[in-house]
Design a protein around this ligand. Structure first.
Ligand code: IVH
Length: 693
């Protein structure tokens, strides 16, 4: 998209604008911002910090506010949804959006190839194989370089106009260089997706707000497209892959870019025009056997991708040949989808148990007839709350569809009412705590029922389990089963009690040999040195997740600073709203919590912020990527170490990568990196050495 000289010039202008805002010129500023959006959202290699981008963006808003007449539709400011979508108008596609025929095995693919070769009268056909993105399909129309319309697939003939929402997706450019490629109007197709990370982050936010989580990234993406408020769409961090040109109107008398002779060429052109096309992911092959071989390689690598794919799409590469093969009324004859093994399965909802969490929230957990999906046996799934049970129409004894998407926790997709026998029973929500029998309450603003007895044994055990959990104080060997055992034996009553455990007694218990007691003592002792943000998260303050805990820790020097902090001060912190601020202040004024904190300080836990001192610039300008399983560090911590030293984490192997850190069982990334001489391939131990300096 941008060549070396253009990148240098744009970087030069960026520096100049940042250094002397008075020199900013509107058109150049828009180009600079468009360039940085592309670097950030399409190629995933930002060249300026978020802060610098924001400074330039604010400058743009200022100029435009002073003279609204100068606002163009492709200005980066026009991504911000200022008005709600009243309703979505139905609009016809320029070319019907057909679906694809599916294939599931080598025989299906051989069949497809044989038919295509027979119709074409050819011995062999070159195919372009690319991911089948698991999201929501969209079509976009650009005219005279500008994005003029975006719509959903709808019934394939007409879809809904969702232009305002699509403009929130930063990897979709608002303008593209059509004219210079000889094109006046173009209609293109693609898939809006939510990366696994964006999905998990978004669900974390929902959980913190006590809202029901979304089932999978595909539902999250498709649900986003028709949202009323474009600002909410922006919050979901969606992405889009563009993979097909369905219609093209040339500029009379001008030559259309010759890349448009093949499908792979069109992906290259789309990429060059600024789209995230599967240009880097595509795979060209010359026989159907190569397609078949590639399908099994890609299927085994699907979990390594940062987004969900449900198969591959095999396309005849020559566009003239595509034209010749044509289409049926349902699908093109020049393409076929190869579907990976399903990660959905049906099973029976046998029972529902009610678990009490650390905040007293009572969560129904569906007990299922065990079923294998994608290599994992699932027998138990959280079903969140009463509303969720109604929404999914669940009855005891129902046949339900469950789904497991990548790293995502399995979910019930829906029940199948048509299979009911009449013996199914309504799920009865308890009126009293199943553990301590206190009557449950539900606040009007919440979806969950709660046990209000702070001394409920289930809550105490869960608070301790949260404190020691992997993302909190990370005390391995003290799992939930042991906590329960120690609690029942009266050996552990509260969080500070972890640090005064009677190991002599413990070593007399069955299953606690010298080695396991030693490991437990070491892990407990080591946890005292965990960074402050982990301790803040571990305390289990309502609405304070890992991210909020990091924000708080970065703004204070000592845990006890929080006993003096006001809501107003907290509201100035990034991403902290009134509900969170109120909860924090409440927590640090509660005598019971203050007592606990005092005990933890006495016991020698680290309560000071030290990570800022670690921050240095020793890795500034260097790009890192981790692959395989790290054995000594958590990947998130290793990435944090890089960022704290000024380095960047890339999402894939490219010539921009400086270091590939290789853990156990590294796969395709390592192979790819070996082919690029400039990349230094180092072990986890070498990485630790590197960050020590
Ligand atoms: S090509 C006329 N390529 O899969 C051909 N489709 O099951 C247009 N999809 O409706 C489709 N990734 O929403 C194509 N790389 C890809 C795709 C892809 C995902 C979706 C698309 C389509 C559905 C068919």
């Amino acid at each position: 998209m941008y060549d070396k000289a253009q990148i240098q010039a744009l970087q030069q202008t960026t520096k100049q604008f940042l250094a002397s805002p008075l020199s900013i010129e509107l058109n150049a500023l828009k180009k600079v911002l468009q360039f940085h959006e592309y670097q950030y959202y399409v190629v995933n290699e930002p060249l300026i910090s978020d802060y610098e981008y924001d400074q330039l963006y604010q400058a743009l808003l200022k100029i435009e506010a002073a003279d609204p007449a100068c606002i163009t539709p492709d200005s980066p400011s026009q991504r911000v949804g200022n008005s709600l979508n009243s309703n979505f108008e139905t609009v016809p596609h320029l070319v019907p959006m057909l679906s694809l025929e599916n294939s599931y095995n080598a025989a299906d693919l051989n069949d497809f190839d044989r038919k295509a070769r027979e119709s074409a009268g050819l011995e062999t056909i070159t195919y372009c194989v690319e991911p089948k993105f698991d999201g929501a399909s969209i079509s976009l129309i650009y005219e005279n370089d500008l994005l003029v319309r975006a719509c959903t697939r709808g019934d394939g003939v007409a879809g809904e106009d969702i232009t305002k929402n699509i403009k929130q997706i930063r990897s979709i450019p608002l303008s593209i260089p059509l004219a210079e490629n000889g094109i006046q109007q173009i209609e293109i197709r693609g898939e809006v997706i939510m990366s696994k990370k964006a999905f998990n982050d978004f669900n974390e936010k929902l959980k913190a707000k006590q809202q029901a989580t979304l089932a999978n990234p595909r539902n999250a993406a498709s649900g986003s497209l028709r949202m009323k408020d474009p600002k909410e769409v922006a919050e979901r961090n969606l992405d889009a892959f563009i993979y097909h040109i369905s219609y093209l109107l040339p500029i009379p008398g001008k030559t259309v870019n010759p890349l448009l002779k093949t499908h792979s060429g069109s992906l290259e052109l789309l990429w060059n025009m600024g789209f995230r096309s599967p240009e880097k992911e595509k795979h060209l092959v010359h026989t159907i056997q190569e397609v078949i071989d590639y399908c099994s390689i890609a299927e085994s690598g699907r979990d390594q991708l940062p987004y969900e794919i449900d198969g591959l799409v095999v396309k005849v590469n020559d566009l003239a040949l595509q034209e010749k093969l044509g289409m049926t009324s349902h699908h093109p004859r020049w393409a076929i989808a190869y579907k990976f093994k399903a990660r959905q399965a049906t099973t029976i909802l046998e029972n529902v148990e009610f678990q009490v969490g650390r905040t007293g929230a009572v969560t129904p957990v569906a007990k299922l007839k065990p079923v294998a999906i994608g290599g994992v046996t699932v027998s138990s799934i959280s079903i969140h709350n009463e509303e969720y049970i109604v929404e999914k129409d669940l009855l005891l004894g129902d046949t339900v569809i469950i789904e497991r998407a990548g790293d995502v926790i399995p979910q019930i997709v829906h029940s199948i009412p048509s299979l009911r026998t009449g013996n199914e029973k309504k799920i009865q929500f308890p009126t009293h705590c199943p553990v301590c029998n206190t009557s449950l309450v539900k606040e009007s603003t919440e979806a969950v029922w709660r046990c209000t007895n702070i001394n409920c044994s289930a809550q105490i055990v869960e608070r301790i389990a949260h404190f020691v959990s992997k993302d909190a104080m990370d005390i391995k060997n003290l799992g939930e089963a042991n906590i329960k055992k120690f609690f029942e034996l009266g050996l552990l009553k509260d969080i500070p009690g972890i640090y005064t455990l009677d190991f002599e007694r413990i070593s007399t218990l069955e299953g606690f040999g010298k080695k396991s007691v030693d490991n437990l003592t070491t892990a407990i002792e080591a946890s005292k040195q965990q960074p402050l943000h982990r301790l803040i998260y571990a305390l289990g303050i309502r609405f304070v997740g890992e991210t909020t805990a990091k924000t708080i820790a970065s703004r204070i020097n000592h845990l006890l600073d929080l006993t003096r902090i006001t809501e107003e001060q907290l509201l100035e912190f990034e991403d902290i709203g009134i509900k969170v601020a109120n909860s924090i202040v409440h927590f640090f004024h509660d005598p019971m919590q203050l007592n606990m904190i005092e005990s933890l300080i006495q016991l020698g836990l680290n309560v000071e912020q030290t990570s800022q001192q670690q921050t240095d610039g020793s890795l500034t300008g260097l790009n890192f990527l981790f692959t395989g399983t790290l054995t000594q560090l958590k990947r998130a911590d290793a990435e944090e170490m890089v960022e704290a030293r000024g380095g960047h984490i890339l999402s894939g192997v490219s010539s921009k990568l400086n270091y590939l850190v290789v853990g156990e069982d590294a796969g395709s990334k390592l192979e790819k990196a070996k082919k690029i001489a400039s990349i230094k391939i180092i072990s986890e131990a070498e990485f630790i050495e590197l960050v020590k300096i």
